[in-house]
Ligand binder design. Sequence first.
Ligand code: 13P
Length: 235
Amino acid sequence: MVIAANLKTNLTRAKTAQYVDALEAFLKQHAIGQKVLVFPATSNLVTSQAHVTLGVQNAYPTQNGAFTGEIGLEQLEEFAIKTILIGHSERRHVLGESQETLVSKFNFFKEQGFEILYCIGEPLEVREAGEEAMMAYLEAQYAGIDTTYEKLIIAYEPVWAIGTGKTPTLEDIESLHAKLKAKSKAPLLYGGSVNMKNYQEVLALQNVDGVLVGGASLVVEDFAQMCLFAQTLNK
Ligand code: 13P
Protein backbone atom coordinates (compact mmCIF):
# COMPACT_ATOMS: atom_id res chain seq x y z
CA MET A 1 0.00 0.00 0.00
CA VAL A 2 0.95 3.64 -0.30
CA ILE A 3 0.51 5.88 2.72
CA ALA A 4 1.18 9.52 1.92
CA ALA A 5 1.35 12.67 4.05
CA ASN A 6 0.74 16.01 2.37
CA LEU A 7 2.02 18.49 4.94
CA LYS A 8 0.91 21.40 2.73
CA THR A 9 2.03 24.82 4.06
CA ASN A 10 2.65 23.59 7.59
CA LEU A 11 5.57 22.98 9.95
CA THR A 12 8.98 24.64 10.02
CA ARG A 13 12.22 23.25 8.69
CA ALA A 14 13.25 22.03 12.16
CA LYS A 15 9.83 20.48 12.85
CA THR A 16 9.77 18.74 9.48
CA ALA A 17 13.20 17.23 10.12
CA GLN A 18 11.98 15.97 13.52
CA TYR A 19 8.84 14.61 11.87
CA VAL A 20 10.75 12.65 9.25
CA ASP A 21 13.25 11.32 11.81
CA ALA A 22 10.49 10.19 14.16
CA LEU A 23 8.56 8.54 11.33
CA GLU A 24 11.65 6.80 10.01
CA ALA A 25 12.47 5.45 13.48
CA PHE A 26 8.91 4.12 13.89
CA LEU A 27 8.81 2.46 10.48
CA LYS A 28 12.18 0.86 11.10
CA GLN A 29 11.19 -0.35 14.57
CA HIS A 30 8.04 -1.99 13.20
CA ALA A 31 9.72 -3.25 10.02
CA ILE A 32 7.08 -1.55 7.87
CA GLY A 33 7.50 -2.36 4.23
CA GLN A 34 4.69 -0.19 2.84
CA LYS A 35 5.51 2.74 0.59
CA VAL A 36 5.45 5.81 2.83
CA LEU A 37 5.60 9.20 1.14
CA VAL A 38 5.95 12.58 2.83
CA PHE A 39 5.43 15.85 0.96
CA PRO A 40 6.76 18.74 3.07
CA ALA A 41 6.62 22.44 2.24
CA THR A 42 9.28 23.20 -0.37
CA SER A 43 11.50 25.13 2.06
CA ASN A 44 11.56 22.08 4.34
CA LEU A 45 12.80 19.46 1.89
CA VAL A 46 15.18 16.83 3.21
CA THR A 47 16.51 13.73 1.53
CA SER A 48 14.64 10.43 1.65
CA GLN A 49 15.51 7.90 4.32
CA ALA A 50 15.43 4.12 4.19
CA HIS A 51 11.68 3.87 4.84
CA VAL A 52 10.39 7.39 4.22
CA THR A 53 10.41 8.74 0.69
CA LEU A 54 10.35 12.51 0.41
CA GLY A 55 8.46 14.15 -2.40
CA VAL A 56 7.81 17.70 -3.52
CA GLN A 57 4.32 19.25 -3.50
CA ASN A 58 5.01 21.22 -6.67
CA ALA A 59 7.82 22.14 -9.05
CA TYR A 60 8.15 23.88 -12.39
CA PRO A 61 8.92 21.77 -15.45
CA THR A 62 12.43 23.10 -15.97
CA GLN A 63 16.04 22.33 -15.12
CA ASN A 64 16.45 25.93 -13.92
CA GLY A 65 15.87 29.41 -15.35
CA ALA A 66 13.82 32.58 -14.93
CA PHE A 67 10.64 31.34 -13.20
CA THR A 68 10.23 33.57 -10.18
CA GLY A 69 8.88 31.80 -7.14
CA GLU A 70 9.27 28.33 -8.61
CA ILE A 71 11.83 25.56 -8.19
CA GLY A 72 13.13 23.19 -10.86
CA LEU A 73 15.12 20.02 -11.22
CA GLU A 74 18.39 21.58 -10.14
CA GLN A 75 16.95 22.41 -6.72
CA LEU A 76 15.31 18.98 -6.37
CA GLU A 77 18.50 17.17 -7.29
CA GLU A 78 20.23 18.71 -4.29
CA PHE A 79 17.89 16.63 -2.10
CA ALA A 80 17.76 13.68 -4.52
CA ILE A 81 13.97 14.17 -4.77
CA LYS A 82 12.42 11.87 -7.38
CA THR A 83 8.74 12.02 -6.33
CA ILE A 84 6.27 14.78 -7.14
CA LEU A 85 2.62 15.58 -6.44
CA ILE A 86 0.81 16.89 -9.52
CA GLY A 87 -2.80 18.02 -9.91
CA HIS A 88 -3.71 18.57 -6.27
CA SER A 89 -7.03 20.39 -6.07
CA GLU A 90 -5.42 23.30 -4.22
CA ARG A 91 -3.10 23.78 -7.21
CA ARG A 92 -6.01 23.41 -9.63
CA HIS A 93 -8.55 25.58 -7.84
CA VAL A 94 -6.63 27.94 -5.55
CA LEU A 95 -3.54 28.46 -7.71
CA GLY A 96 -5.45 28.17 -10.99
CA GLU A 97 -3.40 25.46 -12.72
CA SER A 98 -5.06 24.28 -15.91
CA GLN A 99 -5.11 20.71 -17.19
CA GLU A 100 -2.69 21.87 -19.89
CA THR A 101 -0.21 23.11 -17.28
CA LEU A 102 -0.53 19.89 -15.32
CA VAL A 103 0.06 17.82 -18.44
CA SER A 104 3.25 19.73 -19.21
CA LYS A 105 4.47 19.11 -15.66
CA PHE A 106 3.47 15.47 -15.88
CA ASN A 107 5.32 14.93 -19.15
CA PHE A 108 8.44 16.73 -17.98
CA PHE A 109 8.75 14.82 -14.72
CA LYS A 110 7.82 11.53 -16.39
CA GLU A 111 10.66 12.13 -18.82
CA GLN A 112 12.92 12.56 -15.80
CA GLY A 113 11.75 9.24 -14.35
CA PHE A 114 9.95 10.74 -11.35
CA GLU A 115 7.36 8.86 -9.36
CA ILE A 116 4.21 10.93 -9.89
CA LEU A 117 1.32 11.12 -7.46
CA TYR A 118 -1.40 12.56 -9.66
CA CYS A 119 -4.56 13.87 -7.99
CA ILE A 120 -8.09 14.05 -9.33
CA GLY A 121 -11.38 14.96 -7.70
CA GLU A 122 -14.63 16.80 -8.22
CA PRO A 123 -16.00 19.93 -6.49
CA LEU A 124 -19.33 19.73 -4.66
CA GLU A 125 -21.45 21.27 -7.42
CA VAL A 126 -20.20 18.62 -9.84
CA ARG A 127 -20.99 15.80 -7.46
CA GLU A 128 -24.45 17.25 -6.91
CA ALA A 129 -25.00 17.43 -10.67
CA GLY A 130 -25.14 13.62 -10.73
CA GLU A 131 -23.16 10.57 -11.70
CA GLU A 132 -22.80 11.37 -15.39
CA ALA A 133 -21.52 14.92 -14.82
CA MET A 134 -19.15 13.68 -12.17
CA MET A 135 -17.63 10.95 -14.33
CA ALA A 136 -17.24 13.41 -17.23
CA TYR A 137 -15.46 15.85 -14.91
CA LEU A 138 -13.08 13.18 -13.62
CA GLU A 139 -12.53 11.89 -17.14
CA ALA A 140 -11.35 15.35 -18.21
CA GLN A 141 -8.73 15.24 -15.45
CA TYR A 142 -7.18 12.20 -17.13
CA ALA A 143 -6.85 14.09 -20.43
CA GLY A 144 -3.25 14.10 -21.65
CA ILE A 145 -2.04 11.95 -18.75
CA ASP A 146 -0.22 8.69 -19.49
CA THR A 147 -2.24 6.38 -17.26
CA THR A 148 0.09 3.48 -18.08
CA TYR A 149 3.21 5.20 -16.71
CA GLU A 150 4.84 2.63 -14.44
CA LYS A 151 5.76 5.16 -11.76
CA LEU A 152 2.27 6.65 -11.57
CA ILE A 153 0.15 6.66 -8.42
CA ILE A 154 -3.32 8.22 -8.57
CA ALA A 155 -5.14 9.85 -5.67
CA TYR A 156 -8.88 10.41 -5.78
CA GLU A 157 -9.61 13.39 -3.55
CA PRO A 158 -13.10 14.89 -3.76
CA VAL A 159 -12.57 18.64 -3.34
CA TRP A 160 -15.52 18.97 -0.96
CA ALA A 161 -13.98 16.37 1.36
CA ILE A 162 -10.62 18.10 1.73
CA GLY A 163 -10.16 19.69 5.13
CA THR A 164 -13.91 19.62 5.82
CA GLY A 165 -14.37 16.49 7.93
CA LYS A 166 -16.85 15.26 5.31
CA THR A 167 -16.20 12.14 3.28
CA PRO A 168 -18.12 10.13 0.72
CA THR A 169 -19.73 7.01 2.19
CA LEU A 170 -17.57 3.90 2.20
CA GLU A 171 -19.85 2.43 -0.47
CA ASP A 172 -19.35 5.51 -2.64
CA ILE A 173 -15.57 5.35 -2.30
CA GLU A 174 -15.58 1.67 -3.17
CA SER A 175 -17.81 1.98 -6.21
CA LEU A 176 -16.01 5.02 -7.58
CA HIS A 177 -12.62 3.41 -7.06
CA ALA A 178 -13.81 0.38 -9.00
CA LYS A 179 -14.69 2.67 -11.93
CA LEU A 180 -11.40 4.55 -11.71
CA LYS A 181 -9.43 1.31 -11.57
CA ALA A 182 -10.89 0.45 -14.94
CA LYS A 183 -9.16 3.56 -16.35
CA SER A 184 -5.71 2.87 -14.93
CA LYS A 185 -4.02 0.02 -13.12
CA ALA A 186 -1.89 2.48 -11.14
CA PRO A 187 -2.21 2.26 -7.34
CA LEU A 188 -5.26 4.30 -6.38
CA LEU A 189 -5.31 6.24 -3.11
CA TYR A 190 -8.23 7.92 -1.41
CA GLY A 191 -7.76 11.41 0.09
CA GLY A 192 -10.04 13.92 1.80
CA SER A 193 -10.65 14.05 5.57
CA VAL A 194 -8.94 10.76 6.30
CA ASN A 195 -8.50 10.84 10.06
CA MET A 196 -7.95 8.66 13.12
CA LYS A 197 -11.63 7.71 13.19
CA ASN A 198 -12.00 6.51 9.62
CA TYR A 199 -8.58 5.45 8.29
CA GLN A 200 -9.00 1.76 9.11
CA GLU A 201 -12.27 1.34 7.26
CA VAL A 202 -11.08 3.40 4.31
CA LEU A 203 -7.82 1.47 3.98
CA ALA A 204 -9.68 -1.84 4.17
CA LEU A 205 -11.91 -1.04 1.17
CA GLN A 206 -11.53 -2.93 -2.06
CA ASN A 207 -9.65 -0.97 -4.72
CA VAL A 208 -8.22 1.42 -2.14
CA ASP A 209 -4.46 1.00 -2.36
CA GLY A 210 -3.63 3.63 0.22
CA VAL A 211 -4.45 7.09 1.50
CA LEU A 212 -3.26 10.65 0.95
CA VAL A 213 -3.63 12.46 4.24
CA GLY A 214 -3.53 16.21 4.92
CA GLY A 215 -4.50 17.59 8.33
CA ALA A 216 -4.40 14.29 10.22
CA SER A 217 -0.87 13.59 8.99
CA LEU A 218 0.54 16.57 10.87
CA VAL A 219 0.67 14.55 14.07
CA VAL A 220 3.45 12.12 13.29
CA GLU A 221 2.27 9.52 15.80
CA ASP A 222 -1.14 9.41 14.10
CA PHE A 223 0.32 9.12 10.63
CA ALA A 224 2.64 6.37 11.87
CA GLN A 225 -0.40 4.42 13.13
CA MET A 226 -1.91 4.57 9.65
CA CYS A 227 1.30 3.10 8.22
CA LEU A 228 1.26 0.37 10.86
CA PHE A 229 -2.34 -0.56 10.13
CA ALA A 230 -1.68 -0.67 6.37
CA GLN A 231 1.03 -3.23 7.08
CA THR A 232 -1.48 -5.52 8.80
CA LEU A 233 -3.85 -5.52 5.82
CA ASN A 234 -1.41 -7.41 3.65
CA LYS A 235 -2.90 -5.95 0.43
P1 13P B 1 -7.25 16.61 4.52
O1 13P B 1 -6.79 15.23 4.93
O2 13P B 1 -6.80 17.68 5.45
O3 13P B 1 -8.70 16.63 4.21
O4 13P B 1 -6.48 16.93 3.14
C1 13P B 1 -6.48 15.99 2.14
C2 13P B 1 -5.52 16.42 1.10
O5 13P B 1 -5.71 17.41 0.43
C3 13P B 1 -4.32 15.61 0.93
O6 13P B 1 -3.64 15.95 -0.24
